[in-house]
Design a protein around this ligand. Sequence first.
Ligand SMILES: [Zn+2]
Length: 292
Amino acid sequence: MRRIIPLLAFSLFVLGAVWHNGLAQPQPKQGRPPLGIEKVADDLFVIIGSGGNVGVLVTDEGVVLVDAKFEQDYEGIVAQVKSVTDKAVKYVINTHHHSDHSGGNTRFIEVAEIISHKNARANIVDKKQGGAPASLRPARITFTDETSVFLGGKEVRARYFGRGHTDGDVLVYFPAQRVVHTGDMMAGVTPLIDYPGGGSIVEWSKTIDAAMAALEFDKVIPGHGAVTNRAGLQTYRDNVVKLRTEIAALIRQGKTQEEVRAFLATQYPASYTNPNSLNNQWSLPGFMSELK
Ligand SMILES: [Zn+2]
């Protein structure tokens, strides 16, 4: 087993590095996987590959997107939308400010209206994400608690339930389809908490709990990773709370940041083995101060 575990840890790290590195800086154009599209409901799709998952609601009057990947994915996103409808993208709702979700704003702002939480806009304007492209454009329209887009007789509702991954995460709800796009409140095997961007692991579970109590949904589009269901989100939430309890116990025992990192690496090697991972740069120092 001793030989297998480091090998497994390294393999998971390589897999995890794909989107973790993508958050910090735009990915190079060479070697990027092509985008794909999957059906979530009759009129709702998800574009996968490169950056965050993009929700695509098709209506007779146009398309509403949730998130827009990186700037360089613009053509790829448009091509994937064209594969399911001849209607144009009219609105893009950003789940938060990170450039693997909002990077495409730079191109979509020429053809569509972009909407985000006011904190997500401020985080782009204030350049809260180190390494984000200077060209990144914030939304023109912002909201504080809730807003909806009504297009072609359909509704897309964006709601803010509080801090978590950042201080500007919204969950985007498709009421007729009973689907929610969580942004990076759910992403990968365990959430990245962007403390420099206003995130909090203590607030994260309160925010998820409020969202799950308020929204009636069956399917979940996470910020990164495969489409899941309500039970999948509940398990993910319970795992975060369990991990937080364990980390807090270690910190209160006087363990050092490196000792806490080593523990986290045994639980989530893809996120915490590499000392330079975003989880180690952003989440871990925040845990040490927030959970003591
Ligand atoms: Zn993010």
